[in-house]
Ligand binder design. Structure first.
Ligand code: MN3
Length: 240
């Protein structure tokens, strides 16, 4: 972080925007830009309380994950867009050419988008088997729901280090894949392209408070809170 960025962030953190006019010109201008750009992408609210997914995902993990991690990705994504001069507001357009963009956009844009999908993928009323159109597509692509669940769980368990596992819709049906860091299957850098239907975050910050090193237990618990209605919504709106 250079001195100017450090100063800007420090001022933003400690004083907020109200004192911008009292600052030297360059700082005031940097803050005005950051604040304007800060409205491009906003942290979504959850559809449920932080403790609603207990005992499968604990309240403290949900609170930190949403209010600190996801908020951080969102803020840094907006900052990266502002400092790169990019004007796209379609995140899909950015992901399509992410290999040519600053790495901060790949990491924080991915972090912003992936968590947005993930929160909606979860519900206190979730769990059970997939129904609807996505249930039929799962049977067709993987043979059975149990087979699908095993393959998805394996992709999540074997993702080395931090990353995500995904169920995606492709031109040919459904596929399971995993991505490192905050990459996702909409990015031009992804091994498997597709429209994300279901995501599981396997970064340690997603499970360590409750499950410590037991990622497999977290993955098992995840199946109790999957919101299949939302997965069906995404399946039906996917263009491909
Ligand atoms: Mn996360």
């Amino acid at each position: 972080m250079d001195k100017r960025t450090f100063l800007k962030n420090s001022v933003l953190l400690t004083l907020g925007g109200a004192v911008a006019t009292a600052l030297p010109g360059s700082l005031a201008s940097a803050m005005a830009n950051a604040s304007a750009a800060g409205e491009t992408f906003t942290l979504p609210d959850l559809d449920y309380a932080y403790d609603a997914l207990e005992p499968h995902i604990d309240a403290k993990t949900m609170e930190i994950h949403h209010s600190k991690h996801h908020a951080g990705y969102t803020r840094k994504f907006n900052d990266a867009l502002a400092s790169s001069g990019l004007t796209e507001t379609s995140i899909e357009d950015l992901f399509n050419k992410v290999s040519q963009l600053p790495v901060a956009i790949r990491n924080n844009g991915g972090g912003f988008y992936n968590h947005k999908v993930f929160w909606k993928n979860l519900s206190p009323k979730g769990g059970g088997m997939a129904g609807g159109d996505v249930g039929k597509a799962i049977d067709k692509s993987f043979g059975s729901f149990d087979k699908f669940r095993d393959l998805f769980s394996e992709a999540a368990a074997t993702r080395f280090g931090s990353g995500w596992a995904w169920l995606v819709k492709t031109g040919n049906g459904l596929a399971i894949t995993s991505t490192p860091n905050q990459d996702n299957p909409l990015m031009d850098v992804a091994d498997q392209h597709g429209y994300p239907l279901l995501a599981i975050d396997v970064w340690e910050h997603a499970y360590y408070l409750k499950y410590q090193n037991r990622r497999a237990d977290y993955i098992s618990a995840f199946w109790n809170v999957v919101n299949w209605d939302y997965v069906n919504e995404r399946f039906n709106k996917a263009a491909m």
